[in-house]
Design a protein around this ligand. Structure first.
Ligand code: DQA
Length: 142
């Protein structure tokens, strides 16, 4: 059972980037934590990061073609801007679980709208790296 874990812009800088908001764990740390839990749950994860909107869209299409059981998607700031990602999520049958480290609803007004959330199966936000773990638990229940 394959789960794609897709990460958008600036998430390659996790650990260095605004640590008071996003914490000190790197994306590699999160990947290692997810690998361990995925093994216990009998899931295989494919974790990727890109700063480019189109890559995220191609990977959403690919997740369906590869028959992934779910996609965890932290689209970074594209969450709040991308109609193209909204369309891609709606275009595929693969369930997409929106994930955020921070809780965008407690932050700036421009983060309150989520195009990803409007198309996703469900959303998990505000638990730091554990948001990804909770997302994986949700994927295992699908
Ligand atoms: C984020 C929240 C977004 O608003 C922000 O643009 C990010 C990270 C999060 O994981 O908390 O890049 O998706």
């Amino acid at each position: 059972k394959l789960v794609y874990v897709l990460n958008g812009p600036n998430l390659n800088l996790l650990g260095l980037r605004e640590p008071t908001i996003y914490g000190s764990d790197t994306l590699d740390d999160i990947a290692a934590m997810l690998e361990d839990r995925a093994q216990e749950l009998g899931l295989t994860i494919d974790l990727r990061q890109s700063n480019h909107e189109g890559h995220l869209i191609d990977w959403l299409h690919e997740a369906q073609a590869e028959e992934a059981v779910a996609v965890l998607l932290n689209a970074g700031a594209y969450t709040h801007t991308s109609v193209a990602i909204y369309d891609a999520i709606r275009a595929i049958k693969t369930p997409v679980i929106e994930v955020h480290l921070s809780n965008p609803h407690t932050r700036e007004e421009f983060r309150h709208k989520s195009y990803v959330g409007m198309a996703a199966k469900g959303s998990i936000a505000g638990f730091g790296p554990k948001s990804y773990l909770l997302g994986l638990e949700a994927a295992a229940l699908l």
